[in-house]
Structure formats: structure tokens, C-alpha cells
Design a protein. Structure first.
Length: 246
């Protein structure tokens, strides 16, 4: 298990990469009037996020745990799942699979909710890296996968609310900065609670991948969306298999 101070630079680099994905998603939306059918991106992201849970995060969060400790980890995962469910449904904080995002309504609290989500992800990136650098990288790639469609949706909502482009960019930058804040907050978490924090983050990823992204991608049947989901899962399977080589 790594020391936070010694790992500060790579943790900061990973959190900045996650922040960049949010801004990149918004940029993709801003450079065109409408983003043409983002369901393929959302489906691919769903496959990556869900597969990351089963192939890497879940095994890492419960590694070498006795039955009672394992039960506690499962409760934390459930807590993460339902906490994100409540936030997402209250604030409408999720990726939109329709070009018009007709199922979403903009409100000022959306920005706060997006930032809170990113703080949690930032904590996950840091504690994952401290448990194992490979886990930290996998979490970062998983965050990047689900933040690109979320960045697209955020920019779409703000465009429809007639926000100027520059103000939208500022919001995306501020939301991206929340990853760095979360990563730095991990420095005050005792190493005894790293796996507990990872379990909570794993629960949020279960919701994001299976209940949010996957459901949004399949508002209408599309076999190519299904192929994107499986493709994302296979990509993550390949990435996690690399751990066995080192």
C-alpha cells in the first residue's frame, strides 16, 4: 500500500486526466449545433464502467476479507449505489442518449451535483492508486469513459438554457477541478479505510454503468448500441488482464 505523499504527483496527474475528460465531452458538444446520437458513446461507456466493477474494483475492494468484513463492504457498495441513485434522480445528473435531451431539465443544482459526483470519483482515483497503481489507472479510465458522455449532456443542457459558450466552459472547468479536490481529500483518509472508500465508489459505478448509462443508451432498440456495450466490456477485460503480466 503506497504512501499518499509519495504518490501525490501521479494521483494529481490522474485526477487532471479525469478533469480533462469532462471538459473534452463539453467541447465535443459545443463544437456542433447538436451532438448526433451519443447513444453509441454511452453504450460503450456503460460496457467499460460495468466491466471495471466486475473485473477489477469489486475483487480489489474485498480482497482477503473475512465473512463479516465482506458483509460490511457489501453494505458500503449498496450505500454508494443508492446514494448516487438519490442524487441522480433529484438533480437529473446523467448522460442523455437523445440528441435533444428531452428528458432532462436544467437547474442550478445540476452543477453542484456534477461537482459532488466528481469529488467522489476523485477520492476513488486516489485511494485506488494507493491500494495499487494499476487499480488507480483503471478507475481513472473508467471515470474518463463515463465523464465524456456526461460532459456532452451538461453542455447540451446549458446550451438549451441559453448560456454563453464561455460560461459553459467555465462550469466544465470548475466541475473538472472537483476531481483534484476529491483526490486531495483522500490524503486525510486513514489507510485503514481505503478499501471501504473503494467499496463505496464501486457502488456508485454499479449504478452509473448498469442503471444509468446502459438504460439511457437503450431507450430505443439498436443492435449497434448492444455491440458498443459488449465492445466496451471487452476493452476493459483486456485492460484488466494486463495486470496478470506484471
Amino acid at each position: 500500500m503506497a504512501d499518499f505523499g509519495a504518490s501525490l504527483l501521479p494521483i494529481l496527474a490522474l485526477s487532471l486526466l479525469a478533469a480533462g475528460s469532462d471538459i473534452f465531452g463539453g467541447w465535443l458538444s459545443l463544437r456542433r449545433t447538436h451532438f448526433d446520437d451519443p447513444r453509441y458513446i454511452i453504450g460503450f461507456s456503460s460496457g467499460i464502467v460495468t466491466a471495471a466493477v466486475f473485473f477489477e474494483l469489486l475483487p480489489e475492494s474485498v480482497e482477503e476479507m473475512a465473512a463479516e468484513a465482506l458483509r460490511s463492504q457489501m453494505l458500503l457498495m449498496a450505500g454508494g449505489f443508492f446514494a448516487f441513485y438519490l442524487v441522480e434522480k433529484a438533480i437529473m445528473l446523467h448522460a442523455c442518449g437523445e440528441p435533444e435531451c428531452t428528458t432532462h431539465a436544467y437547474s442550478p443544482t445540476m452543477v453542484a451535483g456534477m461537482a459532488a459526483d466528481n469529488v467522489i470519483d476523485g477520492v476513488g482515483i486516489a485511494v485506488g492508486f494507493l491500494l495499487s497503481p494499476f487499480v488507480g489507472i483503471i478507475i481513472t479510465l473508467t471515470v474518463v469513459a463515463h465523464e465524456i458522455p456526461q460532459g456532452i449532456t451538461s453542455a447540451e443542457l446549458l446550451k438549451h438554457a441559453n448560456w454563453p459558450r464561455r460560461r459553459i466552459i467555465y462550469v466544465l472547468i470548475a466541475a473538472g477541478g472537483a476531481y483534484v479536490i476529491g483526490a486531495m481529500l483522500a490524503g486525510v483518509i486513514s489507510s485503514d479505510f481505503y478499501r471501504a472508500a473503494l467499496a463505496f465508489v464501486t457502488g456508485t459505478f454499479i449504478y452509473i454503468g448498469a442503471a444509468d448509462l446502459l438504460a439511457e443508451a437503450h431507450r430505443r432498440f439498436n443492435v449497434w448500441v448492444m455491440a458498443c456495450v459488449i465492445g466496451g466490456a471487452l476493452v476493459m477485460l483486456g485492460l484488466t488482464s494486463l495486470e496478470q503480466l506484471f
